[in-house]
Design a protein around this ligand. Sequence first.
Ligand SMILES: Cc1cc2nc3c(=O)[nH]c(=O)nc-3n(C[C@H](O)[C@H](O)[C@H](O)COP(=O)(O)OP(=O)(O)OC[C@H]3O[C@@H](n4cnc5c(N)ncnc54)[C@H](O)[C@@H]3O)c2cc1C
Length: 404
Amino acid sequence: MTFALEPEGAAVLAEVAELVGSYGREEILALRAEVETLGAERHAESFHRELAKRNLLAIGLPEPWGRSAGPTERYALHEALDAAGLPTYSLELNETMAGMIARRGRPELVAEHLPKLLAGEWTYAGGYSEPEAGSDLLALRTRAVREGEEYVVTGTKLWTSSAHLADWIVTIVRTDPESQRHRGLSILVIDAKAPGVTIDAVPVVGGWRVNAVSFDQVRVPASHLLGEENRGWAVLSQALTDERTMSFGGRESRLLLARLIHRWAATQEDVDDVRAEALGDLVVELEIERLLNLRAAALGERGEDAAAEASISKVFGSELAQRTAEWVDAVLSTDVDKGCHPLSTDVDKGCHPLSTSTGAGPAADPLIADAGQALRTSTAFTIIGGTSEVQRNVVADRGLGLPR
Ligand SMILES: Cc1cc2nc3c(=O)[nH]c(=O)nc-3n(C[C@H](O)[C@H](O)[C@H](O)COP(=O)(O)OP(=O)(O)OC[C@H]3O[C@@H](n4cnc5c(N)ncnc54)[C@H](O)[C@@H]3O)c2cc1C
C-alpha cells in the first residue's frame, strides 16, 4: 500500500508548511496558554480563525465547500500542525461536523451553516453520550417530539467537549418513542444558546473541561434534521469511524520524544542502554501507530469499510500515548527519585499533586511540565471516542467476524 499524496494534497501541505513557518516559538506558547485558559482540549479560538482564513478548515469536503482532499491529506495536515505544537482539536471537531452537515443537511441548513463554519465564525460540539449511555450509546434517552415544523427536545447529554464554546450542538435524539436500539434515532443541529439549553462544566483530569448539557423542551426547527428522521444512526456511525481514523495522542507523543532527544543532544546526556532501548522501542511503535492511522485513512478514501482498522489504530495509538507519556515523565521527573507514582497525590512524600492545570510540574522546565500534562491528558484518550474495550469488541465483531 502506498500513501502518495495527490497534487492537491501536496499543495495543501505546502500551505501548511507556510502557516507553521509563520508562527514563532512565543506565539505557539501563547496559543497553548490560550488552550489552557479556555479549559477545553486543545481548542484555540485565534488559531481556528487563522485556519479558516487560509481555507484549511474542512479541506476534505467536496466542492464548492471544500477542496476535495482525501483522508490521507487530512491526516498529513493534522500531522504537520501537531509536529509544530499547534492546536488541532477544534479543527478535528469542526471537520467532522462540516462533513455531516454538508453531506446530510437540508439545502437551507447547508447554505446557512457552511459559510459561517468555514469562516471560523461558528463552532460545533457533538452531543452523543448521556449519563446512562456511553459505551452503550444506543441506550440513549434524549427524546424529540415533532410539533408542526419543529422538534421539541428533552433530555441530558454528558461529557460534551467544547459545548461551552460552541454555537451549535450536533445531537443524537430518539424520535420514535416505540423504537429500540439503533432504530428511531435522529440527528439534530441544536442552537447552543436556545431557550431551555443549560450547559454545566464537568472538570476532568488534565485541566480539560467537558460539559453536561440539558435540554428542557428546546424547540428546534425541523429543517435542522441531518439525514432522514429515525435513520440518524447511519449518519453518526460514519462520523464516529472517521473520528477514530485520526490519531489519539500519537502525534503529540512524537513531539514529546523529539523534544527529549533534542534536550539530550544539547546537554550531551550520557544515555544508558536501558533508556536508549526503551526510546528506540517507542519510536518504532509510534511509526507503527502512524501507519495504522494512514491505513485506516486510505481504506476510507477508497470507500471501503474501515471500522475495524479505525478501532485498531485507536486502541494502539491511545494506549501507546499513555505509555509514552508515562515513560518520558518518569525519565525526566525528579519524583522518580522519591518513589512517587506518576499520578501520585502523596504531597507529604513530596510528590507533585495530581493537578488540573499545566502548572503541576516544575514551572521552570516546560518539557517536564508538558510531560506531566501529557500524562494527565492521555488518560482520557482510551475513553474519548469509545473506550479501548469497546474498540476491541469492534475489532472482534467487524474485523474478525467473531460471534457476539
Ligand atoms: C475527556 C472526554 C471527552 C469526551 N467528549 C465527548 C463528546 O464531545 N461528546 C460525547 O458525546 N461524548 C464524549 N465523551 C464520552 C465518551 O465517549 C464516553 O465516556 C465513552 O464512550 C465511555 O462511556 P461512559 O463514560 O459512559 O463509560 P461506560 O460506558 O459506563 O463504561 C464503563 C466501563 O465499562 C466498560 N465497558 C462498557 N461496555 C463494555 C462492553 N460491552 N464490553 C467491555 N467493556 C465494556 C468500558 O470500557 C469502561 O471501562 C468524552 C469523554 C471524555 C473522558
